[in-house]
Design a protein around this ligand. Sequence first.
Ligand code: T46
Length: 134
Amino acid sequence: MTIAKWINFSSIDDSRGSLIAIEANKTIPFEIKRIYYLYGNKDNVTRGMHAHKNLTQVIISISGSCKISLDNGHTKENVLLKNPDRGILVENFIWREMSDFSANCVLLVLASELYDESDYIRDYNLFKKFVEHD
Ligand code: T46
């Protein structure tokens, strides 16, 4: 079973360019409580390196590209985020690492919950304990 769950967005294209509209509970399978974006990522950095206990997110590369590695504790999958017309659904208890950012990469993230540091699992060994019986 694949860990990478893609959501494809419909692009409205005309002679001026393209527009994508995203609606909570329709295009995205949850109520969006928070939006943030990552940009200006320096060369050779890795971001993420954590999982969440409760949070679900959709991550979209609206400009440029990066690699995202998803790990459910049993299987790892690497995918390239590079298209503004598709996002990856990252559910709880998935360890994620983003790397290989292009200079122009902007990652837009739609989150199901407000920011809560206590929801983060930032220790990989602890993460493995959480998922060992899945
Ligand atoms: C994720 C990936 C894709 C806040 O104060 N509010 C926020 O909403 C967020 C997301 C972060 N922060 C603070 C917490 C840290 O002091 O911003 C700082 C950087 O956050 P972090 O190191 O967690 O950033 P990333 O890029 O490693 O991870 C972020 C999200 O935290 C995470 O949920 O899935 O982007």
